[in-house]
Design a protein around this ligand. Structure first.
Ligand SMILES: [Zn+2]
Length: 334
């Protein structure tokens, strides 16, 4: 039993403390045509290595999962270089983004079997000619509901999951369609505990989280620090509520941050936001650091009464059990 990283397979016992949903580099399709889009690859590698080393040395993180969709500038050779230099295990994924912001026309026209064929090849043989294998499958759906096209890619992910045994990590939009994703995975025969339903912390309603954990999946509180989508006070309240109601073993904590991208943002930035970004950049705080989870969010959990051992169990035990495919322990209420 092993997990594929961009530098080769590792044993489950080597995973250690894991952030399940972060990114190194992203590029939205089309950014490569922007003449103003400059990317200094060597400088980026230096900075990314510095940040991953800091995570590893100061906070004990051993594995960094980067579920970058194929068409969002996924660059696995870049990931490998950074993993080697930082001595961090980096796991990449196969799978496309959601319809509104991705899904290349060429692949929209393919059959479920053709899409699954690509995913299976990337998991078992490697990505392109790199020899680097994907360690999980990425599934993404939009809001307010899963589209017909997205269902096709979801079906392909189910076939690839069956063929390879690797787990599925999802993107949901605007904190919705998590239970709908679970229903589609169930229909495709994928056990719920092989799926991490991502970005559930974008929904403030505890009843939504309840539905996802009752469905037997892992639940992503994986946009910690993304205050544009949700204040962290609400994330912390909801996470502690879930843990105290016996669902600690299903929670995954991460931040969905990245430390490099190509060109401008995929949305227009207003002058006020731009000024804030420029100020943070001069202070060395932009892009935001991966260490925020440890320096800022974990203290919020402790302040709400979640014991340190339980907090670190979320980061240390849940990812290992998820990759191992072990069944969830029975939920224990307080
Ligand atoms: Zn992401």
């Amino acid at each position: 039993m092993h997990v594929q990283t961009v530098t080769g397979p590792i044993g489950l016992d080597q995973l250690g403390r894991t952030l399940m949903h972060e990114h190194l580099f992203i590029a939205f399709p089309g950014a490569e045509f922007d003449p103003s889009a400059m990317f200094d690859r060597a400088a980026f590698v230096t900075e990314a290595v510095r940040r991953l080393k800091q995570l590893r040395i100061e906070h004990g993180v051993r594995t960094f999962v980067d579920p970058c969709p194929i068409e969002l500038g996924r660059d696995v050779a870049l990931m490998r270089e950074i993993a080697e230099k930082s001595e961090m295990h980096v796991v990449c994924t196969t799978g496309f983004y959601f319809e509104e912001m991705g899904l290349p026309v060429y692949w929209r026209a393919r059959t479920v079997e053709e899409i699954a064929g690509l995913y299976i090849r990337e998991i078992t043989y490697g990505i392109g000619k790199t020899g680097i294998k994907a360690g999980a499958i990425k599934v993404a759906t939009g809001a307010p509901a899963i589209t017909g096209l997205e269902h096709k890619f979801l079906e392909a992910a189910c076939l690839a999951q069956h063929a390879t045994g690797v787990p599925i990590i999802t993107h949901t939009q605007d904190g919705c369609a998590g239970p709908e994703q679970q229903a589609a995975f169930a229909k495709g025969g994928v056990p719920a505990h092989r799926c991490l339903i991502g970005h559930c912390c974008g929904n403030a309603d505890p009843a939504y989280h309840r539905r996802v954990v009752d469905g037997g999946s892992y639940i992503g509180f994986d946009r910690i620090g993304l205050l544009r989508f949700q204040p962290d006070e609400i994330r912390a309240d909801n996470l502690v509520r879930l843990a105290q109601s016996g669902h600690r073993a299903q929670i995954m904590m991460s931040q969905d941050r990245h430390c490099g991208w190509l060109g401008k943002y995929a949305r227009q930035i207003g002058p006020q936001e731009q000024a804030r970004i420029d100020r943070l950049r001069t202070e060395g705080q932009w892009p935001p650091h991966y260490t925020y989870l440890f320096t800022d969010f974990i203290p919020m959990l402790k302040a709400r009464g979640l014991p340190e051992a339980e907090i670190y169990s979320i980061l240390d035990d849940n990812p290992r059990r998820f990759f191992a495919g072990e069944p969830l322990p029975p939920a224990r209420g307080h």
